[in-house]
Every structure is written in structure tokens, then in C-alpha cells.
Design a protein around this ligand. Structure first.
Ligand code: CP
Ligand code: NVA
Length: 310
């Protein structure tokens, strides 16, 4: 029996059970297959998604907007100068207004508390499209991609190299929930948030997933069937770019690093990639890279969410 996700917010993967996450991934696979078969399904006919962006975006904006269109609905882009979250108007009032017009709200913010504030005050589902703390939509697409390529999660291992950032945090939650081991190789001072790590470790006790944070690249890569990296300076950290580059250079995902993982390991990157920094051309364009499948799966995974929460 399917679990009903109607009305649920997607703020953090910790809020979902393993069963619920797997149900979203199964729906994502199903929507992808049906689309490939040429089925036109207007599952969101007449529905409107309001999309708040405080930061730039390619994949998040286009995958949500194209997905809404594909399923017969409509998406409204609200850029940084439109709403001015928390400046022109209180976050709670924005949530209350948008709930009167739209069937769901997607938001990309700096402060995570703004996503939480929207969710607390909206009467429609709020989807986290990235905050400084988390990026759950990305990780649903990543997990869909890993399962497509590797068949399962339990007992398998992912390595994440670079910055203990929003993507790393959501990976910790996602892997913990589904029983996939994950090792983060990060420089000193760039470890993931301690509260996120301990909450994810709590989730991992249910599934046996091992969550490791190390400064040792080899330790992280050993036995990994998926190797993930992300930019060294996230949106909003541009001023720290130089110092971060210096700290993270040893954690670059290049061919030498990749050769220390399983020989058939897949390469993941949420994109945008800074080629020549956290990942080399050789690796991102190489035979093990699945980054564009991952990007495509954003659309399927997010529509799997929206068709269940709306
Ligand atoms: N991966 C991702 O969220 O891409 P955008 O920043 O382009 O939306
Ligand atoms: N960590 C990156 C992810 C971009 C999708 C950022 O926050 O900029």
C-alpha cells in the first residue's frame, strides 16, 4: 500500500522515512519510463508552482518549470528582485499569500531558516530547492541515479570529496536513510555541520549505514562504487574562493583519485562544475561519469515529489 504524501513539505530528507523516500524514487523511475514510452500524462493539470529564487539556477529552475509544463501545470519564476524575501515583506506573509494562488511553493534561499519559515506559514507544500544547509531535491535525483547504475543502496559505499556543504549534508541524510555507506573526505575546517552529522548518524542506526568523515582521501575512496564531488565555494561563498581552492586542491576528483575507488565506480556531480578545480575534464567527460543522467533525473525525481504532495 502506497503511503500518502499529500500536503507534505520537502524541507529535509530526515523528515521522511526510508519507505517514503523509496516510494518517491519508485515513482520517479516510473515517470521516467512512461515519458520515454511517449506517454503524455497531465498529472498536474491546472496546478501552479510558485518558484522563489534568491540565488542563480539552471537545473532547478528548468527542471521544475519544464516538469510542470510536461504534466499540464504551470510554474511562476520569482527572482531575487521580485519578492525580496524578508526585506520587502515578511517570510510568513509571503507564504500566506502564495498559498492563496499556488498549489505548491519551491524556494531556493541563502538562510535555511527562510525555507523553514515558508513551510511553517504556508498551507500548501513547500519544497526546498537548495538552502545554505541542504539540497534534498538534488539528493533524490542522485539516489535515483545510483540505483539505476548500481541496482541497490544497502551495503554499498559512496565517497564525497571536497567541502562538507549543503549537498554533502543532504547526502548524509539520504544515505543514512537508505543504508548506503558514505565517506566524506574533506580538508580540516570544512567538515560537515555537527548537528546534521549526528542526526544522520541517528538515522543510520536503523539501516547500518556507516557515515565517515575523514581527511584521508584513500580512506574515503576505498571500496566506493560512487564518487561525488561539488564546487569548493558554494553560492554566497565567492569571496572565500581563493582560500578554499588552496585547502581543497588535494581533494580534487582527478583520474588518479578515481582509480582508487572501485574500477566501475560512477562519477557524480550535482553541477554546475568548475572544471579544472574540483573535477578534471578527463573525469567529468570520461566513461565513468553519469553527471548528465543525474541532471536529467532532477526532473523525474521532482515531479515524483510534486505529483504526490500536491
Ligand atoms: N544542481 C543544481 O541545483 O543546479 P542549479 O544550481 O543550476 O539549479
Ligand atoms: N553547493 C553548491 C550546489 C549548487 C547546486 C552551492 O550551494 O552553490
Amino acid at each position: 500500500m502506497a503511503v500518502s504524501l499529500k500536503g507534505r513539505h520537502l524541507v529535509c530528507l530526515h523528515d521522511f522515512t526510508a519507505e517514503e523516500i523509496l516510494q518517491i524514487l519508485d515513482r520517479a523511475d516510473d515517470l521516467k519510463r512512461r515519458y520515454r514510452e511517449g506517454k503524455q500524462e497531465k498529472l498536474l493539470a491546472g496546478k501552479t508552482l510558485a518558484m522563489i529564487f534568491q540565488k542563480p539556477s539552471l537545473r532547478t529552475r528548468v527542471s521544475f518549470e519544464a516538469g510542470m509544463h510536461r504534466f499540464g501545470g504551470h510554474a511562476i519564476y520569482l527572482g531575487p528582485t521580485d519578492i525580496q524575501l524578508g526585506q520587502r515583506e515578511a517570510t510568513g506573509d509571503i507564504a500566506r499569500n502564495l498559498s492563496r494562488y499556488a498549489d505548491a511553493i519551491m524556494a531556493r534561499t541563502f538562510a535555511h531558516k527562510d525555507i523553514v519559515g515558508l513551510a511553517e506559514n504556508a498551507s500548501v507544500p513547500v519544497i526546498n530547492g537548495l538552502s545554505d544547509l541542504l539540497h534534498p531535491c538534488q539528493i533524490l535525483a542522485d539516489l535515483q541515479t545510483v540505483r539505476e547504475k548500481k541496482g541497490a543502496f544497502r551495503g554499498r559505499k559512496m565517497a564525497f570529496l571536497g567541502d562538507g556543504n549543503n549537498v554533502a549534508h543532504s547526502l548524509l541524510y539520504g544515505c543514512a536513510k537508505l543504508g548506503m555507506h558514505i565517506a566524506l573526505a574533506v580538508p580540516k575546517g570544512y567538515e560537515p555541520d555537527q548537528d546534521v552529522l549526528s542526526q544522520a548518524r541517528g538515522d543510520a542506526q536503523q539501516t547500518g549505514a556507516e557515515l565517515v568523515v575523514t581527511h584521508d582521501l584513500d580512506e574515503a575512496l576505498k571500496g566506493a562504487c560512487a564518487v561525488y564531488t561539488d564546487v569548493w565555494a558554494s553560492m554566497g561563498q565567492e569571496e572565500e574562493k581563493k582560500i578554499r581552492q588552496q585547502a581543497m586542491q588535494p581533494y580534487q576528483l582527478n583520474q588518479k583519485a578515481l582509480s582508487r575507488a572501485e574500477p566501475d565506480a560512477v562519477v557524480l556531480h550535482c553541477l554546475p562544475a568548475h572544471r579544472g578545480e574540483e573535477i578534471t575534464d578527463e573525469v567529468i567527460d570520461g566513461p565513468q561519469s553519469v553527471v548528465f543522467d543525474q541532471a536529467e533525473n532532477r526532473l523525474h525525481a521532482q515531479m515524483a515529489v510534486l505529483t504526490q504532495v500536491i
